[in-house]
Design a protein around this ligand. Structure first.
Ligand code: ADP
Ligand code: ZN
Ligand code: MG
Length: 643
């Protein structure tokens, strides 16, 4: 039998108004790098320029005086302290004079005669040129500038870190703008969920045309709680309401309120509501609200003051809404049983919308929606896929479609075929095939008999679901599996069905015990599932003669969160009686299966041998084997099967 698996979730990426593009560490590195590049290029420019001026030879003043005396100099340009000397013959040279003294005085001190001096054109340039300044000042200014810049840069970083502490309190909500066509989701994108859509249409109406409602004095619901199993489309539906109404959509996950520092959550709530009120009409969507909305004061789940403050703030904000504020809060959870009752009080999340797992018709519609952009081969029959996927959520169906497309692409086909879809059902249900996981001969034999045990029991017992497929190819965490499919989606289960299901679950265990005279760890999950069923029969559904019509445990399973660990609602004595009843059910089921296995040993052997040979048996072949051994396969009355 199969084990439960965690399904991957699809993430919807939305725009974040407060951009947090690159992570801070990377950004810092990038900036430091930039500064270095700027610095290096400045240095190299400087050295280039100063090289140009250095290529001219510098001579001492005494040499200059001699040259003038010899009449070799044609002109001298004085720029500050610098002397640019042009000779009558030969290259230009430079020299320096003493600061503050006139050149003529200096030269006179060197014994240059006035006649010789008069032959030289002396020009004083006051405008000393940008380049000159740069060249002469750069060695001093550049390092200083660099140090100043570096300090400023560092202080900015530090300030940034400091600032971050102040922006902590801002909500991290992602906002989707109503005009954003690429992210627009409407009711058309949500299949099934008819009642939910009906309920929410009213909200859409209000958001679109609030005046109509306000004029007549109607009080509009403030909070709507979407409840349903994971993947049933809660998030999708919330977006669709915003899309239908054309209003801003602020989405945040419950866990995002909670940070290391106390008080952050509450201030984020305030910030979020302020933002939404400014953007009104708007929808605030708090996903997975159970992360903050758990019953307060239990100490379970961290006993976290912070969570309580956050929850209180949400309640305060909900109460503080003016009736004409045009902001509606939607929240989603798959654990409504653990929510604080204060959240559910009238005037808060008093509208509750339940999303069920899709039935056959809905599954078909969901498949159709996700088939929109995919090219399909002619043989694709989505009705059949919908029939074969009871218990799949919308998210499972989405992932099924995706897996099928990936399979087709990997095999270089341009169209998705029915076979791709069928293979993907099992992949989504049980995880990928593990071809590399080779069973030893002994293990293979044991697995084959084990699965055959489930299959034969299921075929003989009248209320068990018919077998669709048996396989001993390991997948995910299971070594082999039997796929059973109900004829139609079941909303109610009867006691007889429960008992037969428990027996089928024990099929593998009994085979190992009676045929192999030994037990492996293989059936441990089978036992867990079967025992849990038996326990539920006794404690929840009043299906035990001895205990009578009493529900000892709530629908949410063991009362773990609401009431604190270990708070049983029944006495020790009743507990012992429950255990005894569960034992009785399990033992009776085992006896029943032992009898079946004994009587149908031949067909069991045939199926197991065939499994060892081909590893997978489909329904058609399986039923042929049954018929050959005088077992009448179960017939489907209403919907005719096509495979
Ligand atoms: P939840 O929030 O209930 O866990 P999501 O709304 O995130 O589930 O659903 C996950 C994905 O599954 C959606 O993005 C969508 O692709 C698909 N899906 C779920 N329910 C439906 C539905 N009723 N119609 C169409 N697609 C659905
Ligand atoms: Zn099993
Ligand atoms: Mg969700």
């Amino acid at each position: 039998m199969k084990m439960p698996l965690n399904k991957p979730k699809k993430f919807i990426i939305t725009k974040s108004p407060k951009g947090s593009g690159t992570p801070p560490g990377r950004a810092l590195l990038k900036q430091v790098f930039l500064v270095l590049v700027i610095f290096l290029s400045l240095v190299s420019i400087y050295s280039l320029i100063s090289d140009v001026s250095k290529s001219v030879e510098e001579i001492p003043l005494s040499t200059l005086a001699q040259e003038i005396a010899l009449g070799k100099v044609s002109s001298i340009t004085i720029v500050g302290d610098k002397l640019e000397i042009v000779f009558i013959e030969g290259e230009d040279k430079v020299s320096k004079k003493e600061a503050g003294t006139a050149l003529s005085t200096t030269l006179k001190n060197y014994n240059v005669s006035p006649e010789a001096l008069s032959k030289v054109d002396i020009e004083v340039k006051n405008d000393q040129g940008l380049l000159y300044w740069f060249v002469s000042l750069a060695p001093i200014i550049l390092p200083i500038a660099f140090i100043v810049f570096f300090l400023w840069f560092l202080s900015r970083q530090v300030k940034g870190a400091g600032m971050q502490a102040f922006t902590f309190g801002q909500s991290k909500a992602r906002m989707t703008h109503p005009d954003d066509k690429s992210q627009k989701v409407t009711f058309k994108d949500v299949a099934g969920c008819k009642e939910a859509k009906e309920e929410l249409r009213e909200i859409v109406d209000f958001l679109k045309n609030p005046k109509k409602f306000l004029d007549i004095g109607a009080r509009i619901p403030k909070g709507i709680l979407l409840m349903g199993a994971p993947g049933t489309g809660k998030t999708l539906l919330a977006r669709a309401v915003a899309g239908e109404a054309g209003v801003s959509f602020f989405s945040i996950s419950g866990s995002e309120f909670v940070e290391m520092f106390v008080g952050v959550g509450a201030s984020r709530v305030r910030d979020l509501f302020d933002l939404a009120k400014k953007a009104a009409p708007a929808i605030i969507f708090v996903d997975e609200i159970d992360a903050v909305g758990r019953v307060r004061g239990t100490g379970v789940g961290g006993g976290n003051d912070e969570r309580e403050q956050t929850l209180n703030q949400i309640l305060v904000e909900l109460d503080g809404f003016e009736p004409n504020e045009k902001v509606i809060v939607m929240a989603a959870t798959n654990r409504p049983d653990v929510l604080d009752p204060a959240l559910l009080r009238p005037g808060r999340f008093d509208r509750r919308v339940t999303l069920d797992l899709p039935d056959r018709k809905d599954r078909e519609e969901i498949l159709l929606i996700h088939a929109r952009q995919k090219p399909f081969a002619e043989d694709v029959n989505l009705v059949l896929i919908a029939e074969r996927t009871p218990g799949f959520s919308g998210a499972d169906l989405y992932s099924l479609m995706n897996e099928a497309a990936i399979l087709a692409a990997r095999e270089e086909r341009s169209k998705v075929s029915q076979f791709d879809l069928i293979r993907s059902i099992e992949k989504v249900m049980l995880g990928p095939e593990r071809k590399s996981h080779i069973l030893s001969r002994k293990e293979k034999e044991l697995t084959a008999f084990h699965e055959a045990g489930h299959a034969v029991t299921a075929s003989v017992l009248p209320y068990a679901d018919p077998v669709h497929k048996i396989s001993i190819i390991s997948r995910g965490r299971v070594a082999g599996y039997v796929l059973k499919l109900p004829f139609e989606d079941r909303k109610l289960q009867s006691k007889k069905e429960f008992l037969d299901d428990i027996a089928v679950g024990l099929g593998g265990y009994v085979v190992e015990k009676t045929i192999f005279n030994d037990l492996t760890t293989g059936p441990s999950n089978d036992l867990q599932v079967a025992t849990a069923l038996a326990r539920d029969m006794v404690t929840k559904y009043g299906m035990s003669e001895k205990m009578g019509p009493i529900a000892l445990e709530g629908a949410g399973g063991k009362p773990l969160f609401g009431l604190g660990v270990g708070d049983k609602e029944y006495s020790e004595k009743v507990g012992a009686e429950i255990d005894a009843e569960v034992y009785k059910i399990m033992n009776e089921a085992m006896k029943k299966v032992e009898k079946i296995i004994k009587e149908h040993r031949k067909v069991l052997d045939t199926i197991a041998r065939r499994l060892i040979e081909v590893e997978t048996i489909e329904r058609k072949e399986f039923e042929e084997i049954l018929v050959a051994h005088g077992i009448v396969p179960k017939k489907k009355k209403d919907i005719e099967h096509q495979s």
